[in-house]
Design a protein. Structure first.
Length: 323
């Protein structure tokens, strides 16, 4: 059923793009306005504070660069079809460049190829896509960041016992990299730790909480759980609290007030934060360079940081945390 819906969305996308190509750029919402370049930005979501921080960085940089942007994303990071529709509509507005964070790294490839054929440069951010169309990708090195989370988890559980993963998805590059980076680090560096099969909660707190309770029920000797994004991590905390289980080490990814409070209270050991404001700014800078036809590296590393109770109030960390 999902495949059928995606196919329908892509057929609709083709019709929109053909119509736009035939109709030109005379609409008031199309292209730049008064010589001001227009960059359409389609993110993976809107519900997490991370995306609001990315939006803030993009808006701040757009003002500096004197470009107009739009920033949108589906309500949930499981809504692949809705994101495809947003991407279709964004291309129909004939932007000078488009920035895209893919929920499904393969589903959008046909649309990106059509954008390329119309000379609309694509900048990927947060999640790369299985395509050579993007001129560059502004993102965290998610495999390395997940390895950092694994290193701290191994230390916390004494390099032995069972640990689990609750991951937001297995279709985006971020989901796959934050899963694989964690697992691969454990295999290479902590052979005494048994990593359970990853579970996927769509970044939804309630679903991730239910998954966590099921993990604990099936593995009462579980020693640690890693939540691979903001919603997953908060769901893990909720699931542990609702199960009544004590002594489970929790490590998260991203930031947000709930994770910050949990680390300060001791409910969560620590987390890896990205630099979302910097990611948003880097995305707009890359889009402007793409419009000008400037050469860019294939990837732009926006950075990551480990934070816990010992450094959470340091200037370096407070600068990259978002609430």
């Amino acid at each position: 059923m999902r495949t059928q819906r995606l196919a329908a969305a892509l057929v609709g996308a083709a019709l929109v793009l053909v119509t736009a190509a035939c109709g030109g750029g005379s609409g008031s919402s199309s292209g730049g306005s008064g010589g001001q370049p227009y960059v359409a930005i389609v993110s993976k979501g809107f519900q997490h504070q991370f995306w609001q921080a990315v939006k803030k960085g993009a808006e701040q940089e757009a003002a500096k660069q004197n470009v107009r942007i739009t920033f949108e994303g589906p309500a949930s990071e499981s809504e692949i079809e809705n994101q495809i529709t947003m991407l279709t509509n964004a291309l129909g507005r004939q932007p000078n460049a488009l920035a895209f964070a893919a929920l499904d790294s393969k589903a959008a490839a046909p649309l990106l190829q059509q954008a390329k054929s119309r000379n609309i440069p694509i900048v990927a951010f947060d999640s790369g896509v299985d395509s050579d169309v993007p001129v560059t990708t502004a993102a965290t090195d998610n495999k390395a960041a997940a390895g950092e989370a694994a290193k701290h988890m191994a230390q916390a559980v004494g390099n032995t016992g069972k640990v689990a993963l609750v991951v937001h998805d297995q279709t985006s590059r971020t989901g796959a990299d934050r899963r694989d980076g964690f697992i691969n680090w454990m295999k290479a560096n902590a052979p005494g730790i048994q990593v359970l099969e990853p579970q996927y909660g769509g970044g939804d707190q309630a679903k991730s909480a239910d998954i966590t309770k099921a993990i604990i029920a099936a593995n009462p000797d579980i020693k640690g759980i890693y939540g691979a994004n903001e919603g997953s991590a908060i769901g893990v905390l909720r699931g542990i609290a609702e199960s009544g289980k004590q002594g489970i080490q929790v490590i998260g990814f991203d930031s947000g007030k709930a994770q910050i409070d949990a680390i300060k209270s001791g409910a969560m050991l620590g987390a890896v934060t990205q630099n979302p404001v910097g990611m948003g700014a880097s995305t707009v800078v890359a889009a402007v360079k793409a419009i000008k036809g400037e050469q860019q590296p294939k990837t732009i590393d926006s950075g990551y940081y480990w934070y816990d109770k010992s450094n959470i109030d340091s200037p370096e960390i407070t600068a990259v945390l978002y609430q």
